[in-house]
Design a protein around this ligand. Structure first.
Ligand code: MRU
Length: 368
């Protein structure tokens, strides 16, 4: 997608040919800066401290982390240390383990002196695949949006509510939930997006609103609690989110608050779709509610927000009383029964074990 008119990805090889550049997502929307990652520890820190975030981009960063690790120590011990270091960064997004397993499978059989070159090639492949997969998700989602457009008066906007940032900043490019939106907008379909602010880290109002604005997609930022009201009054046609891990039966784990949107959508007969690459499906879990690990993050994300004063100073502000105990579960799980459909790179599936297995038969074999 474009930043000030220039096409960009979220992660790329530096001009030096070996280090890796990323966009610093901790300072949005007040600054746009890039950072250079030079070793596996840099990559692990970037993921854990959310300089990069979003399930597919976490996977891509882990891939480059394996390549950087192989520059320094391509022995079996180096490979397993890099795998463990990167895997321990964040627990919920399955794309992290998916990417690390992919690199392990490719690198482990090789002699150490062949691993570095192969790891860089795999990282490039993974990123290019991510772009292609998200573009395919966009095409399938576009067909869905166009079918909704047919139910509206000519020229009337299709109102799509989204939660968190499942945009191009969460992937290598296109985004998952945003890919259909960008494709619809580019095709001249009149789409308008309700952007949930997404407390506590505000990925909606700092990232999604920024990228929709860069691409010229009409949108309004709303507080997280506004969605139910808008749905009740006919002002939402479609809820479209991403996911960090979806179990084999179609339970969808996504940013905290997604479940409430799904409940409100069901109560108001509004379709609730989830856009995801197959790398986000965890076929080893037959039940997401019981089995997906939910990341508990630091309470200061709840008690403090990053903002800009009227004088233009960017600073962190406390919201809660001194000493108030804080809890910060970062994700929730929407049961499959509330999900209208899953938009994947192979098409739209029902959120069910059979439908997912039919779409991805090679991967579905090892469900527990
Ligand atoms: O904690 P984050 O910002 O990494 O969470 C991201 C999300 O929940 C996204 O909705 C999800 O990764 C969808 S992926 C495009």
């Amino acid at each position: 997608m474009k930043v000030n008119g220039t096409p960009m990805r979220t992660i790329w090889l530096n001009d030096d040919g070996w280090s890796v550049d990323i966009i610093d997502q901790t300072i949005f929307p007040f600054s746009f800066e890039t950072l250079t990652l030079r070793n596996v520890s840099d990559c692990a820190r970037a993921i854990a401290q959310m300089y990069v975030r979003g399930a597919p981009l976490i996977g891509a960063t882990a891939g480059y982390g394996m390549a950087l690790a192989m520059r320094e120590d391509a022995t079996d011990a180096g490979l397993s240390h890099a795998y463990d270091t990167l895997l321990s960064t964040r627990p919920t997004a399955i794309n992290l383990k998916w990417a690390l397993d992919r690199f392990n499978t490719v690198l482990a059989p090789l002699a150490p002196d062949g691993r570095m070159r192969r790891a860089y090639r795999e990282a490039t492949l993974l990123c290019d695949e991510d772009v292609a997969v998200n573009s395919a998700i966009g095409n399938h989602g576009l067909a869905l949006i166009e079918s909704i457009a047919k139910t509206k008066a000519p020229g009337e906007a299709i109102n799509i509510l989204t939660h968190c940032n499942a945009g191009w900043l969460a992937t290598v490019d296109w985004g998952t939930a945003t890919a259909p939106i960008y494709k619809a907008h580019d095709k001249g379909v009149n789409v308008h997006v309700w952007v949930d602010e997404t407390r506590p880290r505000n990925q909606g109002n700092s990232l999604t609103a920024w990228e929709l604005g860069q691409h010229g997609v009409p949108h309004h930022v709303i507080v997280d609690n506004a969605g139910g009201h808008l749905m009740q009054h006919g002002r939402v046609d479609l809820v479209l989110t991403g996911t960090d891990r979806t179990s084999a039966n179609g339970d969808v784990c996504n940013k905290i608050g997604t479940y409430l949107k799904a409940l409100a959508a069901r109560d108001n007969d509004i379709p609730f779709y989830v856009a995801l690459p197959s790398s986000t499906i965890d076929f080893s879990l037959h039940d997401g509610i019981a089995n997906i690990p939910i990341e508990e993050r630091c309470g200061t994300e709840v008690s403090h927000v990053l903002g800009r004063t009227e004088d233009g100073i960017v600073q962190r502000m406390q919201l809660t009383p001194d000493g108030s105990p804080l809890a910060n579960p970062a994700f929730d799980v929407t049961p499959a029964r509330l999900v209208t459909g899953l938009i994947t790179e192979r098409g739209i599936a029902k959120a069910s074990t059979n439908a997912l297995a039919a779409l991805f038969p090679m991967r579905a074999g090892n469900t527990a």
